[in-house]
Ligand binder design. Structure first.
Ligand code: GLV
Ligand code: MN
Ligand code: MN
Length: 415
């Protein structure tokens, strides 16, 4: 089968999508259900319509663009990713999987291929945790990992509930209707940049993702005693920020000494109250991301962080409380779907290698609905979640061709 990827078109589309942003270029900030996110969604919907796909949008804004196969009664083969972008990030994270999925479908249509199973492109809502505190919101809801009660429980930093925010953005209906049944798809394949340096360093075109590491995130609230920065002497202070500082360094140390390079911990947010230069911080809230490919080791480090915090709390007379936001299991790819991707690499004539994903992806949750595998392409210096994130168009096109061929094979299987 001859597959022609239109590199110029996908490059232009990546640029066009990057303009829907609350940050100055080259940075991209596109937080779920903000005006820029809604404009990006409209723009994408037009691209899906132009490609002749039938579009459905669910109550949380997951968008499904379907190319109907000759056996629409069979579970479809799906691909997709996200287009929300964390503050001051880049143009490629997630976007390559959505626009790449679209280009793969257009290329297959152009080649004259006729799918047996329908092929569905899914733009998943809020893979990033920026607004509601947990990542992969859309795919968690699709797979039933978070329940419809999250509609009232999840709140953004201004205290607005998920229900309020999504309804205001035009996504209405009962959140329970989002969930799909097990077996809704025959396969799910996600194309993504590696977000790590190994493919580029070793000159490998395609990463065949065999596993996705287990992510966890939690909030730590430290409550001490505030006071006048001049009038309160140092002795006996209960400064919540000083306690938080010790704890942050402790978290780094515990992750570093876990015994495996696969343990990573990041304190990514820190809110200080009352946040005034001449006032002792009385309350601090830290947002912590902890991951490992081994969830038992990850959970052990979490327990060690808690005992470390207990010591700080006793010594400094600062209350320290933990709230777990998520602690997910890792996911394994399906050998069958990986086989289709491997065959697609051979047909495309490109090198490939098995790889573990240290970042999480919607595929972590889609794997609960359907056999899943991911395709990684190299990105420059492994950089991601930064404005200088970059993937060369030639590498993107290779990934799209491999995706197209894998989808074609999976969508031809009637059995
Ligand atoms: C996804 O963006 C992640 O943080 O792994
Ligand atoms: Mn990301
Ligand atoms: Mn991503």
């Amino acid at each position: 089968m001859q597959i022609r990827i239109d590199q110029e078109r996908i490059a232009q589309e990546i640029e066009a999508l990057a303009h829907f942003s609350d940050a100055e270029p080259p940075a991209v900030t596109r937080v779920v259900f903000t005006e820029q996110d809604l404009r990006a969604r409209d723009w994408l919907k037009n691209r899906f319509d132009e490609a002749g796909l039938a579009v459905r949008v669910d109550a949380v804004g997951n968008t499904f663009a379907r190319w109907r196969g000759s056996r629409p009664d069979l579970p479809a083969v799906a691909t997709g990713s996200h287009v929300d972008a964390i503050p001051y990030s880049g143009k490629f994270d997630g976007v390559v999987g959505v626009l790449g999925g679209l280009e793969a479908i257009r290329a297959l249509k152009m080649s004259g291929f006729k799918p047996t199973r329908s092929i569905e492109l899914i733009q998943l809502t809020s893979e990033e945790p920026t607004r509601f505190g947990i990542g992969c919101l859309g795919s968690r809801l699709l797979s039933g990992v978070v329940t419809p009660e999250s509609d009232e429980k999840l709140r953004d930093s201004s205290g607005e509930t998920l229900r309020f925010v999504r309804t205001k953005a035009g996504f209405v209906g009962d959140l329970a209707s989002v969930r799909l049944s097990q077996g809704a798809y025959a396969a799910f394949v996600e194309l993504h940049i590696e977000q790590g340096p190994t493919l580029e360093r070793d000159g490998i075109a395609i990463g065949l993702v065999t596993e996705i590491a287990a992510p966890a995130s939690f909030l730590i609230t430290l409550v001490g005693q505030g006071g006048h920065a001049g009038g309160t002497l140092m002795l006996g202070r209960r400064d919540a920020l000083c306690a938080a500082s010790e704890l942050i360094l402790g978290i780094e140390l515990l992750a570093r000494s876990s015994g495996a390079v696969d343990t990573v911990a990041t304190v990514g947010t820190c809110e200080i109250h009352p946040d005034a230069i001449n006032s002792i911080p009385s309350r601090v809230k830290l947002g912590v991301d902890l991951r490992d490919i081994d969830s038992v080791r990850r959970d052990r480090i979490f327990e060690e962080i808690k005992s470390f915090a207990k010591n700080i709390s006793d010594q400094r007379q600062v209350e320290i409380d933990f709230e777990v936001l998520n602690a997910d299991a890792p996911a394994s790819s399906s050998p069958h779907v990986l086989g289709a991707i491997r065959a697609a690499c051979s047909a495309t004539g490109v090198s490939s290698r098995e790889i573990v994903s240290r970042a999480y992806h919607d595929s972590l949750f889609m794997s609960r609905l359907a056999p899943m595998a991911m395709i990684f392409i190299p990105c420059r210096d492994g950089v991601s979640h930064r404005p200088d994130e970059f993937a060369a168009i030639g590498n993107i096109a290779t990934g799209v061709e491999v995706l197209a061929r894998a989808l074609a094979e999976l969508a031809s299987e009637a059995g």
